[in-house]
Design a protein around this ligand. Structure first.
Ligand code: 3HC
Length: 282
């Protein structure tokens, strides 16, 4: 794999692009929102500046990485001559299905199409294409440059060769790759982590204690690097809600019902760090 297209340049897409550039890959970036695409190079430039301040990169390296990044406001042009697409758009099933349908029409027949979905079925996404054997899940974790894990998830028709190629890429990027056997909602980490966050919201909703105390307790009592409510703000409360909703809809099990408070926070635009306020102010 030499040339990679990343679709979606938000929090996850931006982080994925950064690690791909640092791994020596040429990256095309596409986002349907012009402002998000325009913000990408300055955002990545800032991240590289921080590496320079820490003595982890020099100007020559940084210029080389930035030269390997192209942004493109047309998906048609962006998809030409690409070995792998990593889709990191918003966690919305209809959006992802329509994107994969388009990508399947635009990309060369050998191009692998991967989704960074947090919870949506890879089989469902792959069914939007005529190449389900070349569609896989590549699930990175936030912040992507820091978090070691990459989950690789096959759909029902995904070829072993496709997963193997994505695993090899993840290993080249220095990630710890965990292969998932079955395309089940939330895969491994989000199946366990996101209901834990939702439970923390329920503890807050029930008034058992305050947000600060919940996070302090989990940091000091379970050795988590940050409390579950701060983590929800980092992931984005809308994304946490979307994942809970997928778990609930897919399993039809009430243990996955999203907390009412989480729904209300999202309705009020309290999305976490990205909106300036969530369970905590930023
Ligand atoms: N981008 C790049 N680097 C970052 C960063 C970011 N957004 N945030 C922190 N870092 C780097 C810092 O620069 C620092 O690097 P250094 O060691 O080279 O100096 C290092 O990470 C540690 O950062 P800080 O000292 O500022 O702060 P902490 O030690 O508190 O670490 C944290 C911050 C890495 C966010 C840590 O609190 C943590 O690991 N939190 C849990 C994160 C987590 O669980 N993520 C998974 C979310 S689930 C998910 O993503 C799945 C999805 O589908 C929803």
């Amino acid at each position: 794999m030499k040339k990679i297209l990343v679709v979606g340049t938000g929090q996850m897409g931006g982080g994925i692009i950064q690690v791909l550039l640092q791994g020596g890959y040429r990256v095309n970036a596409y986002d349907a929102v012009a402002a998000a695409l325009a913000a990408l190079k300055p955002k990545i430039g800032k991240a590289f500046d921080k590496l320079k301040e820490k003595g982890k990169a020099d100007d020559a390296q940084i210029n080389g990485w930035l030269d390997s990044l192209t942004t493109c406001d047309s998906l048609e042009a962006a998809a030409a001559d690409i070995d792998l697409v990593i889709e990191a758009a918003t966690e919305n099933v209809d959006l992802k299905i329509s994107l994969f349908k388009k990508l399947d029409e635009l990309c060369a027949k050998n191009t692998i199409l991967a989704s960074n979905t947090s919870s949506i079925s890879i089989t469902k996404i792959a069914a939007a294409t005529k190449r389900p054997e070349k569609v896989t899940g590549m699930h990175f974790f936030n912040p992507v440059p820091v978090m070691k894990l990459l989950e690789i998830i096959p759909g029902l028709h995904t070829a072993e060769e496709t997963c193997g190629a994505c695993q090899a890429l993840g290993e080249k990027l220095g990630k710890t790759v965990v292969r998932i056997n079955i395309d089940a909602p939330g895969f491994v980490v989000n199946r366990i982590l996101v209901p834990m966050i939702n439970e923390a919201v329920l503890v807050l909703q029930e008034g058992i204690t305050g947000a600060d105390a919940i996070d302090k307790a989990m940091a000091a009592g379970a050795n988590h690097p940050m409390g579950p409510l701060a983590l929800s703000d980092l992931i984005g409360n809308d994304t946490v809600l979307a994942i809970m909703q997928v778990l609930y809809d897919e399993f039809q099990d009430p243990k996955y019902r999203p907390a009412l408070l989480l729904k209300r926070m999202v309705a009020a635009g309290k999305l976490g760090r990205k909106s300036g306020e969530g369970f905590f102010p930023y």
